[in-house]
Write a protein that binds this ligand. Sequence first.
Ligand code: NIG
Ligand code: FE
Length: 412
Amino acid sequence: MSNLLIKNIKSLVQVREELSGPLAGEAMAELPCIEDAYLEIQNGKILDFGHMDQCPRPNGGMIDAKGRYVFPGFCDSHTHIVYAASRENEFVQRIKGVSYEEIAQAGGGILNSAAKLQNTSHEDLYNDAVKRLEEVMKMGTTSIEIKSGYGLSVESELKMLRVVKELKENFDIPIVASFLGAHAIPTKYKENRAEYIQLLTEEMIPKIAEEKLAQYCDVFCDFGFFTPEETSIIFDAAIKYQLRPKLHANELGHSGGIQIGVKYDAISVDHLEYVSEEDLIALQNSKTIATLLPSTSFFLNIPYAPARKFIEANIPVALASDFNPGSSPSGNMHLVTSLACTQLKMTPEEAINAATINSAYALGLGETVGSITKGKLANVFISKPMDSIAYFPYSFGSDLVDKVIIKGELAY
Ligand code: NIG
Ligand code: FE
């Protein structure tokens, strides 16, 4: 944890004097910035910021950010970066016309990942996850959620979450673990789903709570996966063990998941490619954040979530990568902001708000990261030279993240 002064910043992005709460509606379009700014970091936290006129003397390291923007690091509130193997064979199958659901029903997809993970050691899983985590950190992600869900047995789900625990111990960024044992029904329970639900609620959840391996409990509530009724049973157990619900819902159709998420006060409901008027009303009357994952729509070639409808309905929208081997083999949050603009019709300001402050709240870390606010962690990135905020999402596929600072130290 260091002291650092970043000076001559062309624009300091996402400056919030006060804790803002998740932004919704018109507030999402406002991205407060200070032009020609400094940022002062002490003991790994944001101490002060302001116009260069008031820039203090350095009391430690110094970086001259002339011509560059400083952003709070991306908060990626939805990833599956612990996995055993890539699935480019399914990618090729989909190019040839087989659907994601058809692949899943034939034992591919999540079950394919689970079969591979069962035969992969903790050490190998950890080493591969480290590579992915370092890759996304280099691209500006400085807080992240990581799910289990490719174990689907007591032993393998615990193995995944212990890998996440080791990542938490060895990386100095906020890492939040979610238990996603309800990611798919394992083949051997296909004819007896209730038995798998029982395994989740009576064995996995208690063990995970006992070892404090996860903060959230996620369920894939969608066609061909878990029903709203099954999701309710799982969430009842999760709440009993102090795991807060979050949800995969409405990726493959109108699943009814949004209502269940709202009923159980889920921190977020994620995906939401299919949304009805009732879904919007349910979310309007809740504190649940709508997390959209446009790289999944891009990669699976499925509809994009109707971001404008959420914004018009005053529902806070967050963005995340969904980094996983099946539906989004990328954790590039810069690309996510570009897709949010081109496909979800979000403005650059809305996209950056959704990928920083709102996704920080979707991680449960809105008071710790996600904006340039005194006392928050000094997890920021410095851009390459650029002339406007819109240039960032505009430059899709380019690498505009020049330096990544974690708790005041130059990490990349
Ligand atoms: O968020 N939708 C469910 N789970 C992941 C995909 C997992 C996979 O295909 O391996 C997702 O898209
Ligand atoms: Fe996911």
